[in-house]
Structures are given as structure tokens and as C-alpha cells.
Unconditional design. Structure first.
Length: 403
């Protein structure tokens, strides 16, 4: 039976189709954004658990290769991390309590230090008002209308604190439980989940990409954590030499905030400068404090991190700033924490995808210097790379070692 040949589409029809596809994509993106914004209480613990399991899956799999069950190794690693965090909070609680106990005196000292600047700004404001009133007649005074009484009951501060503490505790428990489940399941759980929604060959390709994301992002953050610990120790020693109060508190703050690119070191520099201005009478000590931390941050960012981490996961600084901005807008502190890992994982996915060249050019400032191994771009190459894993999924047998 003969069939009529299909007529080629005109350029106008192609443009209309592309416009409809773009509109649908924008609607889907807007729906996803609204869902993430209004349902952040449910999504934040899940996203943080995914990030933690991504970073900790490397040590868990290393112990599993030495015949340690995944559930046991996951429990031991999570318990060790929680113990380190409790010990760190216990060590930092005493200097923090001293700092908060001296808060009234600090506030008075700040008021005394900024009083000259306040008088100058007040004088400038009076001159501006006087210049604006030149040539204008006296303005009739309007009687101030009494404010309507507010009948809305005000919640007490302890009640608000209790609600906030309950939300934080529930989120932390959810994060720990989800992290344990994800680490205990490991690659076999991912294999079963992906094979339920895709063919064996596609599931194998997805698992290969997930493994590369886990390996690269996990290695990146473990190395970054070691670098930040060194930066915190160096900052503590520098603050001790400069005579700053509670030097270990500022070193801990520098190490934690350095996980946030660009914004973290900037906040640390501002806080140290303000504390130095308050603590010392002359500006020389404040300049020494700010200069010493600035030198340490410069050495860390320009020499140590490129040497140990390399350029494999370097991202466009403007995109990192925008990700931090929108992450903080949508999810607050959790969004700021998740912004950079999400971009890094997206870059690894784009690097190991057949159609990810444009996205990689958009994300990476040094695309030509990337050293990640690209997956084969042709279909036969993909089949050859994913064939052993696809066969294991088809037989539901043990997974082959990761490439």
C-alpha cells in the first residue's frame, strides 16, 4: 500500500513549534520553582541528606570493599561525624558564652566608636533638609491621627523559640535517617530504582554518571574540608599573634564559612575587621588583623586550592554568585549550602553527557582545561561502556566495579 510522502514543515511552523516548546519549558520551570519555594520544609532535609550521602558514600564503599557491611560502616561514619560536631560545639561554647556575656559592654563600645560618624551623618542630614526647605514657605502642621489599636494576639518569644527548635530538631532527625538509608542502600539500591523506570542500557548509563558525580564531588568536598581545616588553624594562630580575643572561635568561623565560595571569606573578613576595631584602640591592630586574614585567604584561594583540587570542578564565578543568591532566596541557609554542590554535580553530568557541551561551556570558565573523562559521543561507544553494567542489571546479579 502506497502512502503519501510527508510534507516538510515550513520555517514558520518550525518557529511556532520552538515557541510552544519554550513556553512549556518556562511554565515547567516556574512550577518547579514555586514548588521548591512553598514546600521547602519538606525538600530541604531530603536535599541535605542527598548531599551528605554523596560526600560520605566514598568512605562507605571503601569499607564495603573490605567486607564491612554498608549499614555498619554508614552508622559508624555518621556517629563519628556527630561526635566531632558535639565536641566542636562543646569546645566553642565557652568562648561564645563569654562573647555573649560581654555583649552589653560591646554594644556601648560600638556606640562610642561610631558616635563621631553618627554626628557627621546627622549634620549632613540637617544640611540636606535645610537646603530642601530654602524658598519654600512654612508648611502647615497636620494633626497626627491616632494609631488604631491592634487586637491581634502577639506570640510570646518562648513559644516562637519552641516552634523554631522543634522544626530544626525534626529536620535534623530526618536528615540523619535519610542519610543512613541512602548510605546503607548504596549502588544496588540505585540500580534497582533506575532499572524500574528505564531500560537496562539506560539504567547502566545513569548509574555510570551517578558514580562519576559521587566520585568527583565527594573528592572535591573532602579535599576542600581538609583545606578549610588548615585555613581555620592558620587563622586561629594569626588571630592569636594579633592579640584578638577568642582566636579559636574566629578560626572555626573562618573554616566553616569558607565552604561558601566568595561570600564566606567576605563575611569572615568583615566580622574580623569589626571585632578588631571594637577590641583595639588604634586602627593599626585592626589593619593587621584584616591584612593577615586577607593574606591567608589569598594564599588558600589562589595557590593551595588550585594545586590540590585543580580546575576540574571550577565554575563560572557569576553563576556561583547567582546560585548563592537564588539559593538563599528560596531555601535560606540550606539553599546557600546546596548551591555550589548542585552546580558542581550539574557540571559533572554535562561533562559526561552526549549533549552537554553547551551547558558545559556555560558552567565552566576553563572548559579547555577540564580533565574529566568524557563518555563516548557515539551510540556504539556508549553501548560498549555500559554493556557490562546493563548485563548485571538484566540478571539482577552483583554490580561490576565502577569505572
Amino acid at each position: 500500500m502506497l502512502t503519501a510522502p510527508l510534507c516538510p514543515r515550513t520555517p514558520l511552523e518550525i518557529r511556532k513549534t520552538k515557541a510552544r516548546i519554550t513556553s512549556v519549558r518556562l511554565l515547567v520551570a516556574g512550577a518547579i520553582g514555586l514548588t521548591l519555594y512553598f514546600a521547602h520544609i519538606a525538600f530541604i532535609p531530603v536535599a541535605l541528606a542527598l548531599l551528605i550521602s554523596l560526600v560520605l558514600s566514598g568512605p562507605v564503599e571503601t569499607l564495603h570493599e573490605r567486607h564491612v557491611p554498608r549499614s555498619l560502616s554508614a552508622a559508624l561514619i555518621v556517629a563519628a561525624i556527630l561526635g566531632i560536631m558535639v565536641a566542636l560545639v562543646n569546645i566553642m561554647s565557652e568562648p561564645a558564652q563569654k562573647w555573649f556575656a560581654a555583649a552589653p559592654h560591646t554594644v556601648r563600645l560600638i556606640e562610642r566608636k561610631i558616635r563621631p560618624f553618627e554626628l557627621i551623618m546627622q549634620r549632613i542630614g540637617e544640611l540636606r533638609i535645610s537646603a530642601g526647605n530654602i524658598g519654600s514657605g512654612p508648611q502647615p502642621q497636620q494633626a497626627a491621627s491616632p494609631a488604631p489599636p491592634s487586637d491581634a494576639p502577639q506570640e510570646s518569644a518562648p513559644a516562637l523559640l519552641l516552634v523554631g527548635a522543634r522544626t530544626v530538631v525534626l529536620s535534623c532527625v530526618t536528615i540523619v535517617i535519610l542519610t543512613l538509608f541512602l548510605l546503607s542502600g548504596g549502588p544496588p539500591m540505585l540500580a534497582r530504582m533506575t532499572s524500574a523506570f528505564a531500560s537496562d542500557l539506560k539504567s547502566a548509563h545513569i548509574l555510570n554518571v551517578i558514580e562519576k558525580v559521587r566520585r568527583e564531588v565527594g573528592r572535591f568536598y573532602v579535599t576542600t574540608a581538609l583545606i578549610n581545616v588548615g585555613l581555620g588553624i592558620a587563622t586561629s594562630l594569626a588571630m592569636m599573634l594579633c592579640g584578638m580575643p577568642n582566636p579559636f572561635l574566629w578560626g572555626t568561623m573562618a573554616a566553616i564559612l569558607n565552604f561558601i565560595p566568595y561570600a564566606g571569606p567576605t563575611v569572615t573578613l568583615l566580622v574580623l575587621t569589626v571585632v578588631a576595631i571594637i577590641s583595639f584602640n588604634g586602627l593599626g591592630h585592626a589593619a593587621a588583623v584584616a591584612g593577615s586574614y586577607l593574606a591567608l585567604a589569598t594564599v588558600e584561594g589562589q595557590f593551595v586550592q588550585p594545586l590540590l583540587v585543580g580546575r576540574r570542578l571550577q565554575l563560572n564565578p557569576m553563576l556561583v554568585f547567582l546560585a548563592l543568591w537564588f539559593g538563599g532566596f528560596f531555601w535560606g541557609i540550606a539553599g546557600i549550602i546546596l548551591a555550589t554542590p548542585a552546580l558542581a554535580a550539574l557540571k559533572v553530568v554535562a561533562t559526561n553527557s552526549a549533549g552537554g557541551e553547551q551547558l558545559l561551556d556555560f558552567l565552566s570558565p576553563h572548559h579547555d582545561d577540564d580533565h574529566l573523562v568524557h563518555l563516548p559521543r557515539n551510540e556504539s561507544g556508549n553501548k560498549e561502556a555500559d554493556a557490562p553494567l546493563a548485563g548485571a542489571l538484566r540478571r539482577r546479579g552483583p554490580l561490576p566495579p565502577a569505572l
